[in-house]
Write a protein that binds this ligand. Structure first.
Ligand code: FAD
Length: 506
């Protein structure tokens, strides 16, 4: 075992030999890395991507593939939905906060149609068909779905509902193995390769190299246990993912996620954030987390979700990730789905008509609500009053308490069951390095750190607390592109003197 490399930046004066060099050096070959590489190469830079694993992809290629796009994309229009950048901003500001980075939301929404066209131009295909059933993601190859609760309370009254979860189309889709994320990454990597982007694999970046002015001029990495130095003539782009798998950081910043990382990969160890912090970089929204909820939306809409006190806490027809956040963050990870036999059977039938959905079995089944309440160990009167209030309004087709849409509001009858959903949450971290809209990493003083750019989940992006599916691949790709452009346009460093340079073909 080689000793771990300290995270403190290494002075350039200590480097006697550069093993590789390029104008723009990109750390990580996932979604932020590949989009940065394409735009840096198109801006005329010589680009080198360094990737820790044996191939490109990262979490992005395992992803379901939602990309959050709107404002009137061709897919939205073809599916009959009106949207505008202003409408998109209103939704994102309300749903992804509190405390969203307004400049980022503005740039992202104003640039969303162009970003959609850019992805299509790179070879990503979105089938112009809409999936409108409750689900985590379209089970077939449809290209558009609501993915953030846009059409549910409270947001459907704040902004005009428009679906923005765009999923790349593919044949032979196998959810969890070969899904939309792979079909997003593949054409992007092919685009980068066609532009002459070079990639080195099995290279684990560990710290930054700075010159006497504090400018970032390269990185130190490990390859097969040996240290290598890589020079960046114009800039380094950090695109190494979240800190979901760094237990110490999760404990410090996002403790509700302890022991439950999900929708991330082990390589998301927070190193990029630590490397930036070691240079004085600011961070933002380190407590924000995406939360997946392992439950079938087809069942959730047909019942009521109650917490550990037997009380409803969310409209059951909203984005399931929002149910996950409300469960983990506001209800101590205590959740039960109360559903009657007819609702359960109907949900099961809807689910079995679509592949890949997991059906959960009831833990308690009873003839009356009072019996169910007692079997669940809830204090007498808690669940019964919840069901009584819900049913009283449901008889009129309304849910004045939480605003579930009339189409899903039905009195809950008997026999009645409870599905135990305690602890059914997993998630990844959304906080990270603070960056400008041009993806420059900001020092705690508020100024950009020269030579250092970042995008993806090692940065704080458009989500400050709330989440919508697609915003990670969305802001990772959108601000990844900007990181590539900014790095390519940075003033080059003076030629290294007294150092041995790497051959141009390295
Ligand atoms: C199953 C699953 C489903 C998901 N579904 C969606 C979805 O539908 N929509 C959505 O928006 N998001 C989704 N996500 C999340 C999304 O994939 C990630 O948040 C996103 O890929 C983050 O982009 P990134 O570029 O920051 O990281 P990645 O895409 O993971 O890329 C980071 C790369 O950096 C490499 N790396 C890490 N450390 C180092 C190092 N020290 N040196 C060199 N390389 C390094 C990694 O190996 C990786 O290849 C999903 C994730 C998973 C796993």
């Amino acid at each position: 075992m080689t000793a771990p490399t300290p995270v403190r930046p290494r002075p350039e004066s200590e480097i006697s030999h550069w093993d590789f060099e390029a104008d723009v050096v990109i750390a990580g070959y996932g979604i932020a890395g590949v989009t940065a590489a394409i735009e840096a190469a198109r801006a005329g830079a010589d680009v080198l991507v360094l990737e820790r694993t044996g191939g490109w992809g990262g979490a992005a290629s395992l992803a379901g593939g939602f990309v959050y796009l709107g404002g009137g994309t061709a897919t939205q229009r073809a599916c009959g939905f009106d949207d505008s950048p202003e409408n998109m901003k209103t939704f994102m500001t309300a749903a992804l906060g509190p405390g969203v980075d307004e400049a980022k939301i503005e740039a992202y929404c104003d640039g969303s149609v162009e970003h959609y066209d850019w992805l299509v131009d790179c070879g990503v295909t979105f089938k112009p068909s809409f999936w409108g059933e409750p689900a985590w993601e379209p089970p077939f190859d449809d290209g558009l779905m609501y993915s953030g609760g846009e059409n549910a309370a409270p947001f459907h009254e704040i902004a005009t509902p428009a679906p923005r979860g765009h999923v790349p189309q593919m044949s032979g889709k196998v959810t969890g193995e070969k899904g939309g994320g792979f079909m997003l990454m593949k054409p992007l990597v092919e685009t980068a390769e066609a532009l002459g982007v070079r990639a080195e694999y099995d290279v684990r970046i560990e710290t930054l190299v700075t010159d006497t002015t504090g400018r970032v001029v390269g990185v130190i990495a490990k390859r097969y246990g040996e240290e290598i130095a890589v020079r960046a003539r114009r800039g380094v782009v950090l695109a190494m993912g979240s800190f979901a798998y760094n237990e110490e950081m999760v404990e410090s910043f996002a403790p509700r996620l302890i022991g439950r990382p999900g929708a991330a990969i082990e390589q998301h160890d927070g190193r990029a954030i630590l490397m930036g912090q070691a240079l004085g970089a600011a961070v933002a929204h380190m407590d924000a987390t995406e939360v997946a909820f392992i439950a079938d939306p087809q069942h959730m809409v047909r019942g009521i979700m109650v917490n550990g006190r037997g009380q409803r806490y969310i409209a059951e027809d909203t984005y399931p990730g929002r149910i996950g956040q409300a469960t983990l963050q506001q209800n101590d990870n205590q959740a039960f789905l109360i559903i009657d036999e007819a609702g359960y059977e109907e949900g099961a039938a809807a689910t079995s008509a679509t592949p890949f959905m997991q059906q959960l079995q009831p833990k308690w089944v009873a003839e009356t609500v009072e019996e169910l309440e007692a079997d669940m160990g809830l204090p007498a009167g808690t669940l019964t009053s919840t069901v009584e209030v819900y049913n009283r309004h449901a008889a009129e087709g309304r849910d004045p308490l939480l605003g579930k849409k009339p189409e899903w509001v039905k009195p809950i009858g008997t026999p009645i069951a409870a599905i135990d959903l305690r602890g059914h949450t997993l998630g990844f971290t959304l906080g990270g390095l603070k960056t400008t809209v041009d993806s420059e990493v900001l020092h705690v003083s508020g100024e950009p750190i020269p030579g250092l750019f970042a995008a993806g989940r090692c940065t704080s992006g458009v989500c400050a607390g709330g989440y919508a599916s697609g915003t990670s691949l969305g802001d990772g790709s959108f601000f990844g592109r900007r990181a590539g452009v900014s790095a390519a346009r940075a003033v080059p460093v003076a030629p290294a003197s007294g150092h041995e340079s790497a051959p141009a073909t390295a």
